[in-house]
Design a protein around this ligand. Structure first.
Ligand SMILES: Cc1cc2nc3c(=O)[nH]c(=O)nc-3n(C[C@H](O)[C@H](O)[C@H](O)COP(=O)(O)OP(=O)(O)OC[C@H]3O[C@@H](n4cnc5c(N)ncnc54)[C@H](O)[C@@H]3O)c2cc1C
Length: 456
């Protein structure tokens, strides 16, 4: 089998030494690790096709992997087998200005794609915190989002067509550059967010949008969480869709201030960070309206950035949120429970109650405008007794999100970490339908087995 793999991709691209395999036994998700039997790095679609055909015949598990930055154990080879490392697929194949699309290979880093389209005055909006490291393939397979999600959406809103190698090695093309294309089942959307469980993505056509001409950032400080929550609802009800509308809760504010000394009042219950973008006249008008709404909803302090340096200062607090929390303890779980935006204060309170009840440290920050919160639990994975309390707090967070009409994941996906809650969100029929799709496309269950829909 190893000789056959070496024949397909070349000896240098099949790793089997223990110290090499160890590097692919885990990803950015704490608490999960398992050794693969081999790490295989194909260079083109034909090689992927041959590797999958072989693995399918021999019933060997295959785990597609980009940069391994996912937070749902999506690339951990839990049943051994092959980690299929896709970073040699690193070419931007075309930037098509007339159709406002780019075609790229899945190993292209998201920031590199944005750098390449910048000269045409365009952007590719999905912007996870990991833009400088995550691959386009990983973000499409994970349906990643980011700070601009409120106005610009997540990856699925930009993927127009895919080339995918199916489990048996056959090669599928889905959709393409057509703005309007309603023919057949929407296979592009099916594979977007499929977390490597349905096929291996080898080419991606994405929609680009014109870069905004102007941006304006603001920060508002609240001594009352409900006033912050009401502001979020009122901004949207006022028909303003900011590019970004972020919240930091009190635990995060205190930790950020201690870590970065950015001048936040540590007694504040919430900080909102807001950015509007677009053409300059509209940006000015929208920024003025946002300030009006913040005042009407009793913001204690409002700062509007006058220049790039002040904008940078405002965003320093948000940038510091995760590193500040992560510095407190050895292990950091960044979750992404998401609720309708009107339920953000209720969700933050429920997270705080779970933290107090189970005596764990949780700071919550995130994309309040789209209800996508990041309750961040800091702990020590080596402390069994503490971890029992951490997992109980997590159970409460996810069941509360579902009870409030929310979802298990706004952008990080399901993988293994949230698998046990899937039936609560989708019910028996939902899970049966998803498993039927998995079984139809991957009858031997070789692709990322056990993830997203569980065992086949
Ligand atoms: C500090 C930090 C901040 C983050 N911030 C954000 C954020 O703001 N928003 C957000 O959405 N996420 C965020 N993430 C999560 C992560 O960066 C994203 O999920 C990202 O999309 C993963 O890209 P990757 O290249 O690392 O993919 P990987 O982790 O390698 O893989 C992710 C999934 O995609 C599958 N996959 C990879 N390549 C392919 C392929 N070619 N074909 C089929 N399946 C494939 C894998 O099997 C796996 O299931 C963050 C993570 C960290 C550590």
């Amino acid at each position: 089998m190893l000789n056959e793999l070496r024949r397909i991709v070349g000896t240098a691209y099949v790793l089997t030494d223990k110290e090499d395999l160890l590097c692919y036994a885990y990803d950015a998700t704490p608490g999960f690790s398992h050794m693969p039997d081999a790490v295989v790095s194909p260079a083109n679609t034909n090689e992927v096709s041959q590797v999958l055909a072989l693995a399918n015949t021999e019933k060997i598990p295959v785990y597609p992997r980009g940069s391994g930055t996912n937070l749902s154990a999506g690339t951990v080879p839990t049943k051994g087998g092959i980690v299929l490392q896709m970073t040699r697929f690193d070419k931007i194949l075309e930037i098509d200005e007339a159709n406002l699309v780019a075609t790229a290979e899945p190993g292209v880093i998201v920031a590199a794609l944005n750098k390449a389209v910048e000269q045409f005055g365009l952007i590719y909006p999905p912007d996870p915190g990991t833009v400088a490291t995550a691959t386009l393939g990983g973000t499409v397979a994970e349906n990643a989002g980011g700070l601009r999600g409120l106005k610009y959406g997540v990856s699925k809103h930009y993927v127009m067509g895919l080339e995918v190698v199916l489990a048996d090695g056959s090669i599928l093309q889905t959709s393409g550059k057509n703005v309007k294309d309603v023919a057949g089942y929407d296979l592009t959307k099916l594979f977007t967010g499929s977390e490597g469980t349905l096929g291996v993505i080898t080419k991606i056509i994405v929609k680009l949008v014109p870069a905004p001409e102007a941006k304006k950032s603001m920060m508002a400080i609240f001594s009352n969480l409900d006033n912050a929550g009401n502001s979020i609802a009122a901004i949207i009800a006022g028909k303003i869709i900011p590019a970004t509308l972020e919240i930091l809760d009190n635990a995060t504010i205190r930790t950020v201030e201690d870590y970065a000394k950015v001048g936040l009042p540590t007694e504040a219950e919430a900080v909102l960070l807001i950015e509007v973008d677009g053409i300059p006249e509209v940006v000015e008008k929208e920024a003025a309206k946002v300030v009006e709404v913040l005042k009407a909803n009793h913001a204690d302090q409002i700062q509007v950035a006058k220049d790039a340096a002040e904008r940078d200062k405002i965003w320093a607090a948000r940038r510091a949120a995760l590193p500040a929390l992560a510095k407190l303890r050895p292990t950091t779980f960044t979750e992404d429970a998401t609720v309708p935006r009107s339920k953000v204060p209720e969700m933050i309170r429920a997270v705080n109650q779970a933290a107090a009840k189970h005596k764990v440290t949780i700071g919550t920050f995130g994309h309040a405008g789209d209800g996508n919160l990041h309750p961040t639990i800091v702990c020590d994975l080596r402390d069994k007794e503490e971890m029992e309390r951490v997992y109980k707090a997590m159970d409460e967070i996810f069941t509360t999100a579902i009870r409030l009409g929310g979802t298990l994941s706004g952008e990080h996906g399901i993988g293994l970490g949230k698998l046990k809650y899937m039936e609560d969100q989708f019910g028996e029929v939902g899970m049966k339908t998803m498993r039927a799709i998995k079984k139809a496309l991957d009858p031997n269950c070789i692709l990322n087995p056990g993830k997203l829909v569980g065992e086949c």
